[in-house]
Design a binder for this molecule. Structure first.
Ligand SMILES: Nc1ncnc2c1ncn2[C@@H]1O[C@H](COP(=O)(O)OP(=O)(O)O)[C@@H](O)[C@H]1O
Ligand SMILES: [Mg+2]
Length: 356
C-alpha cells in the first residue's frame, strides 16, 4: 500500500524561522515552582517534532511504502500528484479554528482515503463549545460553560468561581496555564481579558470539576471500537502549591524527558463501577461526535464523583519515547501494543473502514 504521512513539523532552533516558532526561546525556566511563561511560549505546541514524524514513518514503513508530505500551502498539489492509496493524517493545520479540518477536506475533494476523523468532527472538536453543545444534546455529562467574547458578557455566567478559563479553540494545553483556574471575579476578569487579547479568540469559561482526572485512548470503529486502559493524571506529582490542572507548565515544562514527572498512572486504579462509567461515557462521546479510527478523550470527576467530558482529541499526541510520557502510546503499551503496532492498528482501522 502507498501511504502518505501528512504532518506539520515544529521548526528546529537553528531554522531561520526559529525566533517565531521556537517555544523555548520565549520561556524562562528557573526552578520547578518559579516559572514565567508568556502566552506566545506555546505558539506551536500542537505541531509534531521531526523525531515523532520519523517514528511514525518508520512504524508504517514496516508494512507499507511511506512518503512524507508537509501540510503547508503546497500540500494540495503534492497530494494531487502523488495520489497515495491512503493518507495517515497527523496534520494539526496552520491557521484558524478549522485548521485541523483543512487536510481532510482537501483529501475528500481529491477522493483520497485517510485515517482519523473527517473535517466536520475535527472542526467541531477543536471548538470546545460546539463539541459540548452536541454532548449536551445527547445528555453526555460535561461542565457548565459560557463563551465570553467581551467582558460585558461575564454577567451571563450562571455558575460561581472556581472556574476554568480557556481559549475556545486550542489544543496541547495552548493557553491553559496554572493561572487559568480562577478563584475570584478579579482573576476571572484577568484571565478572560488575557485569552481575548493574546489569543484573539473568545474565552470558554467552565465550571471547575474538582475530582480525579483521566484520559482515555480509543481505537477502532463500530463493533471493533476498543477502549484502551485508562490513564489517570495524578495531580499530587505536581510541584507543591500549584493548581490541580494539567496545564501547559505541567505538560511541557515541569515534565521533561530528562527529569520526567510521575504524573500518569496506567492502568488507573478505579473500581469496576467507575471504570464502566468512564468507558461508557467515552464510547458514547466517540460515537456522538462521529470520531473515526482513534481519539483521546479527557474526563474528570465532578464534585459528586460523576465522570464528565472535558474535551475530545481526534488527533491525539503520539510522542514516541517512553520517557516522553505521551498518553495514547502509554495506554496502547498497557494494552500490549508497542508504538509501531499501535500506529499500524490505527492505519488498519482506517483501511478497513475504506474497504482497502
Ligand atoms: N472544567 C474543568 N474542570 C477542571 N479541570 C479542567 C477543566 N477544563 C480543563 N481542565 C484542566 O485543564 C487541562 C487542559 O484542559 P483541556 O480542555 O483538556 O485543554 P487542552 O486542549 O489544552 O488539553 C485539563 O486536562 C484539566 O486538568
Ligand atoms: Mg486536554
Amino acid at each position: 500500500m502507498d501511504v502518505a504521512l501528512v504532518y506539520n513539523v515544529k521548526k528546529e532552533e537553528n531554522d531561520s524561522t526559529a525566533s517565531v516558532l521556537q517555544p523555548s526561546s520565549q520561556t524562562q525556566q528557573t526552578t520547578h515552582t518559579q516559572i514565567q511563561v508568556t502566552s506566545s511560549a506555546d505558539a506551536f505546541a500542537e505541531w509534531d517534532t521531526i523525531e515523532t514524524i520519523h517514528a511514525v514513518r518508520d512504524a508504517l514503513s514496516l508494512r507499507h511504502s511511506v512518503t512524507l508530505i508537509e501540510a503547508d500551502e503546497n500540500a494540495f498539489a503534492s497530494l494531487k500528484s502523488s495520489k497515495p492509496d491512503i493518507v495517515f493524517n497527523i496534520a494539526e493545520g496552520r491557521f484558524g479554528a478549522s485548521r485541523e479540518a483543512q487536510i481532510p477536506a482537501m483529501l475528500e475533494m481529491l477522493n483520497i482515503p485517510y485515517t482519523g476523523s473527517d473535517p466536520l468532527t475535527l472542526g467541531i472538536c477543536l471548538d470546545k463549545s460546539r463539541a459540548k453543545e452536541i454532548l449536551s444534546y445527547y445528555n453526555i455529562a460535561n461542565p457548565k460553560f459560557a463563551v465570553i467574547s467581551s467582558l460585558s458578557e461575564l454577567r451571563l455566567l450562571d455558575f460561581p468561581v472556581p472556574a476554568m478559563v480557556k481559549p475556545l479553540f486550542e489544543g496541547s494545553s495552548k493557553g491553559i496555564f496554572d493561572k487559568s483556574l480562577v478563584h475570584s471575579v478579579k482573576e476571572l476578569t484577568e484571565q478572560v481579558t488575557k485569552v481575548i487579547e493574546e489569543y484573539g479568540q473568545p474565552a470558554l469559561v467552565e465550571e471547575f470539576l474538582p475530582g480525579r482526572e483521566f484520559t482515555v485512548a480509543m481505537l477502532g470503529n463500530g463493533n471493533d471500537l476498543k477502549v484502551l486502559p485508562i490513564v489517570e493524571i495524578k495531580f499530587d506529582s505536581l510541584p507543591s502549591g500549584v493548581n490541580p490542572i494539567y496545564s501547559y507548565e505541567a505538560k511541557w515544562i515541569w515534565d521533561q524527558s530528562s527529569n520526567p514527572l510521575e504524573i500518569f498512572e496506567c492502568p488507573a486504579q478505579v473500581d469496576h463501577n467507575l471504570k464502566t462509567a468512564i468507558e461508557d461515557l467515552c464510547r458514547n462521546t466517540y460515537n456522538a461526535l462521529r470520531c473515526r479510527d482513534w481519539s483521546r478523550i479527557d474526563v474528570r470527576l465532578d464534585k459528586n464523583g460523576r465522570p464528565n467530558i472535558i474535551e475530545i482529541n481526534p488527533l491525539p499526541g503520539i510522542l514516541p519515547k517512553i520517557e516522553d510520557n505521551s498518553c495514547f502510546p502509554k495506554a496502547a503499551r498497557m494494552a500490549g501494543m508497542n508504538y509501531n503496532e499501535m500506529l499500524n492498528a490505527v492505519l488498519d482501522a482506517g483501511m478497513k473502514r475504506h474497504n482497502l
